[in-house]
Each structure stands twice: as structure tokens, then as C-alpha cells.
Design a protein around this ligand. Structure first.
Ligand SMILES: Cc1ncc(COP(=O)(O)O)c(C=O)c1O
Length: 412
């Protein structure tokens, strides 16, 4: 890689204790950050410190420790607000994952707002998390479920939108910001404006986008945006949903139980204010606090620097993979993709490729990446996928390529 990187991945790597170990006697080359990212010491220390000094259940206690825990938890909400540039912190709801965030919208908005004659539109690039909930709720409500196709570069066919809208009332458009399978960066702001022209809402799955690109819900002009802690250097078990207050206020709750109520009587229960109406039960408190620390960490590295660095890594990976004979890569050119490269090696099953690479200490993913409709479009059952983050070194891409030569020699 010749371009001078805007961030120093070698220096950042020192923050991640996981890289201190060897795998099969080789340094760990972790090329699976799209599945889940590794965690820096700053996040691990925050979670440990929170448990050791400030842990209690939040919101309910009048004692000092509960107030401390509540301040840390609500502090994370403010960090999430700032991270996606939302107008108000009460529009940010903590969930357990991006999947739960999308299900919240599909159930709590979809069940009351979709019906016969309405259309829910997703894209061929969706992760099952933003595909199956809409398909299911459409079926339950009698709405139509349609899919915007991609072209041969793995980019959305925006030219097909108007035709797809024909003969139905477009009610919701759901799309990811970055495809977890091909790395395609989708033109979500254009989709939002198209959706709004038709009176539909725009739901953005930013599980893959938020860790790697600056996200601004006001610029995207979307209505809901889901993201996740564990792909963003934070703990598992925590996610976030941003939604427009006017929509969230009109929606029924998703989970019911403690903490989300105003008053409970035998005859009727009334709901609490935003965001608590959507945060039933004990939340993943320490995980959310760790999520806050992760957003601080990533923001300090700089999302523009991360995006630029990953794009350079993707370009380098595409260039190096092209040198290995019999490798097919999928997706758009590097300048329109995040740090994700899916590929297949002719005649070798992706799982076998991944196994040979593991013996070299190189961790990549093999499978359908929770994108079966996309795999069908590509005409494959599975691909290999290498994905990068702020701690990825070009040298690890070289090791990936060397591993592929070895796989071809052994299995090809
Ligand atoms: C694009 C995309 N959407 C949604 C998800 C699901 O996120 P979570 O694991 O937080 O439920 C993933 C995870 O792989 C993803 O890549």
C-alpha cells in the first residue's frame, strides 16, 4: 500500500490486547471485523471500572451508587446522540443489538402502519436482520414485500425504483448504509428523499455503516437508524435505535414490563416518556456504558480517517487478490466500498479456504453472511469475506494472499 494512511493502525493496534497472542504460532491477522470488531483497552477498562466502582441498577434508586450508574448510562445516550448527530437524546433507544432495533421498528411501527395495498421495500443487499422482519410483518399485515435489485457491480438499481413503486402505496423503505457482504456504500440520502416523496418512511440499517463512516441522521434525512456496539469496538449485547420523536411517540411499545410504564392499573396501563417507553426491563447497563466508551474511541480516531483508510485497504486487497489466479471478487470498485472484500477461489469451497487461512493465523469468514437473497443473485451458496478495521495492517492482506496461494497448492 503506497498511499500515506490518515491513521496509524500500527499504533492503534497496541490498544487491543487480543493481538498479543499467537494463533497456530503465528501473529493473529483478524480479518473478520464486519462480523464483530475487537475491543480496545479503553473500552475494557471502562466496563471493568464501571462494575468495580459504579454498578447498580439505573433510574430506580435514590441512593448514590444508582445515581452514579444512571449518570454513566445516560451519558452513553448523549454520546450516541452526538455520534449520529441526532437532534435529541430522547430519540435514542438502547437495545440489545441492531437486529433488535430493526425488529422494534418492524413490529411497533409496522404492525400498526402496514396493511393490504401497502408496500414494504428492502434491497437485495440486505442482511437478514433488515430483510426477514419486513418480510414477516408484511405477510402478517397483508402488505406487499418488494426488493430493489442490484447491478453486476453490487450497487443498487435506483433506476428501477419508480417501476417498483407501481400499483401499491409505498410505506417503508429499508436499506443498509454499507453492505456487510460486498462493502457497497449505499446512497441512503437519495433513497430517503425518494421514500419521502412517496410518503414512505426510511429505515436505515447502519450496523455496518456506523463503525466505518461518519453517520449523520439529519444529513441522511432518514426516519429510523439502527446500529450496534459490538461492531464498533464495544461490548456485545448492546445496540441503539435512533428514531424521529414524532414517530416514536405515536408508536406502541415493543417490549412490555417494568420501567417502560407511567401507570399500571387493572383496567389499563399507560406508557412512559421517550426513550423509556421502549426500554423495558433491566437494560444491558455495563454494555451500554462500554458502548459509550467505544463511540468515544472511534470518534477520537476519526470516522473520516477510518473510512479513508479502509477504502485504501480495500483497494490494496482487490489489487493483491487479482494477482492470485482463479479468484473472483464481488462488489463495487474500492472508491465506492467500505473495507469489505468478498471473493471465491475457483474449485475450493469457502470453508476449506478459511480453514487453510486459519492454519496461517489469518481469520476470515466463509458462508452466506446472512445474505441468502444476495448469494442467490451472485449465483453462489457462499463466499469468503475479508473485512478490515482501524487496526488492520496491509501486511495482513499480504498474509491473506500468501494463504490463498497455499490453499490453491493444497486443494486446488
Ligand atoms: C448489515 C448488518 N445489519 C445487521 C446486522 C446485525 O447486527 P447485530 O449483530 O447487532 O444484531 C449485521 C451483523 O452482521 C450486519 O452486518
Amino acid at each position: 500500500m503506497t498511499a500515506r494512511p490518515a491513521l496509524d493502525a500500527q499504533r492503534l493496534r497496541a490498544d487491543f490486547p487480543i493481538f498479543e497472542q499467537k494463533i497456530h504460532g503465528k501473529p493473529l491477522a483478524y480479518l473478520d471485523s464486519a462480523a464483530s470488531s475487537q475491543k480496545p483497552r479503553q473500552v475494557l477498562d471502562t466496563v471493568r471500572d464501571f462494575y468495580e466502582t459504579s454498578y447498580a441498577n439505573v433510574h430506580r434508586g435514590v441512593y448514590t451508587l444508582s445515581e452514579k450508574a444512571t449518570a454513566a448510562y445516560e451519558g452513553a445516550r448523549e454520546k450516541a446522540r452526538e455520534f449520529v448527530n441526532a437532534p435529541a437524546a430522547r430519540e435514542l433507544i438502547f437495545t440489545r443489538s441492531a437486529t433488535e432495533s430493526i425488529n422494534l421498528v418492524a413490529y411497533a411501527w409496522g404492525l400498526d402502519n402496514l396493511g393490504p395495498g401497502d408496500v414494504a421495500l428492502v434491497t437485495e443487499l440486505e442482511h437478514h436482520s433488515n430483510f426477514v422482519p419486513w418480510q414477516y410483518i408484511a405477510k402478517r399485515t397483508g402488505a406487499e414485500f418488494r426488493m430493489l435489485p442490484i447491478d453486476d457491480h453490487g450497487e443498487l438499481r435506483l433506476d428501477e425504483l419508480d417501476e417498483l413503486a407501481g400499483g401499491g402505496r409505498m410505506k417503508v423503505v429499508a436499506a443498509n448504509l454499507v453492505s456487510n457482504s460486498l462493502g457497497t456504500v449505499n446512497p441512503v440520502a437519495r433513497l430517503s428523499s425518494w421514500a419521502h416523496e412517496r410518503g414512505a418512511i426510511m429505515v436505515v440499517d447502519a450496523a455496518q455503516g456506523a463503525p466505518h463512516h461518519r453517520v449523520d441522521v439529519q444529513e441522511l434525512d432518514c426516519d429510523f437508524l439502527a446500529f450496534s456496539s459490538h461492531k464498533l469496538c464495544g461490548p456485545t449485547g448492546a445496540g441503539a435505535l435512533w428514531g424521529r420523536a414524532e414517530l416514536l411517540e405515536r408508536m406502541a411499545p415493543f417490549n412490555l414490563g417494568g420501567h417502560m410504564i407511567r401507570q399500571v392499573r387493572l383496567e389499563e396501563t399507560t406508557w412512559g416518556e421517550l426513550p423509556y417507553k421502549f426500554e423495558a426491563g433491566t437494560q444491558p447497563i455495563a454494555e451500554v456504558v462500554g458502548f459509550g466508551a467505544a463511540m468515544d474511541y472511534v470518534a477520537e480516531v476519526g470516522l473520516d480517517a477510518i473510512a479513508e483508510y479502509e477504502s485504501a485497504l480495500a483497494a490494496y486487497a482487490l489489487e493483491r487478490l487479482a494477482e492470485v489466479g482463479g479468484v473472483t471478487t464481488y462488489g463495487p470498485p474500492a472508491e465506492r466500498r467500505a473495507g469489505i472484500v468478498s471473493f471465491n477461489v475457483e474449485g475450493i469451497h469457502p470453508h476449506d479456504v478459511a480453514q487453510v487461512l486459519d492454519s496461517e493465523g489469518v481469520a476470515i469468514r466463509a458462508g452466506h453472511h446472512c445474505c441468502q437473497p444476495l448469494m442467490a443473485r451472485l449465483g453462489v451458496a457462499a463466499t469468503n469475506r475479508a473485512s478490515f478495521y482501524l487496526y488492520t495492517l496491509p501486511d495482513e492482506i499480504d498474509r491473506l494472499v500468501e494463504g490463498l496461494y497455499k490453499a490453491r497448492k493444497i486443494l486446488g
